[in-house]
Design a protein. Structure first.
Length: 402
């Protein structure tokens, strides 16, 4: 006989929708079905050779033991230098931390600071994990809808209206997942002006897609734009996206020493230090020139154009050109109400995504997973030929609707 006892907090959290679609694709593939996955947020590029070599060298040199919980001195120095050179942010060693992915650091920051009754402001569309992390920390995610007409960006007026005495955090993700929206310096200044009048609010700047930008507009982050917010801002970044190192599980963050210390305590009692091998590779990534990046971005821009062309050809789909990340957030409301060849009515974005994976064997992710129903997130960071095939399949499947 087994005894099942699940903690009540688990009722507040959902499985990750992105992990769920990947599991579904794997299951279909094992069944012999050729599925093209446009639902996963992962570059198809290999980790650059110099970074891989740094990891290999670490193994051969015996750099395979425990390190300091927040990261080696060499890695912390590289993080500090990166923040200073690229973002104009100055940190001391006790103000930076490395973890097993940016995701862990975001979770630890929320768990360290959010209590029952606290609110966390989350602009929508949002990365799927934010609200569930807040719930696991006993807080309440307060969703602020952003519109396609506004470029999917939070306005200063909407931010001011959402702040209450219970507001503990604002999470700001730029470039944004799933929309690719990028905040300009002026837009960040507008938000900063509101936040200066709300001293109880901490700011989490999730900059994980910093290097995934398609135009020449300089990148800006909130603590850089308004230095008076530096002591209230946790700037989070990592190697998964800009360096194609998802499996290496290495993220980093800079923020006030009191917060970093609390996050370090949590990390010491959960995962401890991130992989020593990944840390050595991260030092190489952060200190050596990213000569690969221009070619990667050129390839991604070409793929983005192909997806946009497909969307323009499909009656019922539309999308604005995303300036960042590697997703198109496509409006699929024109497909709602249509019938599949089997007679089923597409009554939601979930139904549209399900139809595409079942009929076209192309996996996308429904906008409702990101807090914005009526849309599909289409990830285009896959091999060109497979992307071409996926676009053709989507077009053919939509043409069969009536």
């Amino acid at each position: 006989m087994t005894v099942e006892h699940i903690a009540p907090r688990m009722k507040r959290v959902r499985p990750s929708p992105t992990a769920a679609i990947s599991d579904r694709v794997r299951a279909m593939s094992l069944a012999g079905i050729d599925v093209i996955n446009l639902g996963e947020g992962e570059l198809d590029f290999d980790t650059p050779e110099n970074i891989k070599q740094a990891g290999i060298d670490a193994i051969r040199q015996g750099d395979t033991k425990y390190t300091a919980v927040p990261g080696t001195a060499a890695l912390k120095a590289a993080i500090i230098a990166k923040f200073g050179k690229e973002n104009g942010l100055r940190y001391r060693p006790e103000e930076v931390i490395a973890g097993s992915g940016a995701k862990q650091l975001i979770f630890n920051a929320l768990l360290a600071t959010v209590a029952a009754g606290d609110e966390v402001l989350v602009p929508a569309p949002y990365w799927v994990s934010y609200p569930d992390m807040v719930a696991l920390a006993d807080g309440q995610a307060r969703i602020i809808p952003c519109s396609e007409a506004s470029g999917w960006k939070l306005s200063a007026a909407d931010l001011a209206a959402a702040i209450t005495p219970a507001t503990r955090w604002l999470i700001l993700n730029s470039p944004n997942n799933p929309t690719g929206a990028v905040y300009s310096v002026e837009e960040l200044k507008g938000l900063a002006a509101v936040l200066l009048d709300a001293p109880q609010v901490l700011i989490m700047a999730d900059d994980i897609y910093e290097h995934m930008r398609h135009d020449a507009q300089p990148f800006a982050t909130l603590a850089q734009v308004e230095t008076r917010l530096h002591g209230r801002t946790l700037t989070v970044n990592g190697l998964s996206k800009g360096y194609s190192m998802t499996g290496w599980r290495l993220g980093y963050a800079g923020g006030p020493a009191w917060l970093i210390a609390a996050m370090q305590i949590l990390q010491s009692q959960s995962t401890s230090n991130p992989s020593s091998i990944s840390q050595a590779a991260a030092v190489a990534a952060l200190t050596q020139p990213a000569q690969f990046l221009s070619q990667w971005l050129a390839t991604l821009s070409r793929r983005r154009a192909r997806v946009m062309a497909m969307i323009a050809e499909v009656d019922g789909l539309s999308a604005a050109l995303p300036p960042g990340a590697f997703y198109v957030f496509a409006n699929c409301q024109g497909l709602l109400g249509k019938q599949t060849p089997e007679g089923a009515v597409l009554n939601s974005d979930v139904a549209v995504a399900d139809y595409l994976v079942q009929s076209a064997h192309v996996a996308t992710l429904q906008g409702s997973a990101f807090g914005t129903p009526g849309y599909l997130r289409i990830a285009y960071a896959i091999d060109d030929k497979r992307l071409e095939e996926a676009c053709a399949r989507i077009g053919q499947a939509c043409a069969r609707l009536r």
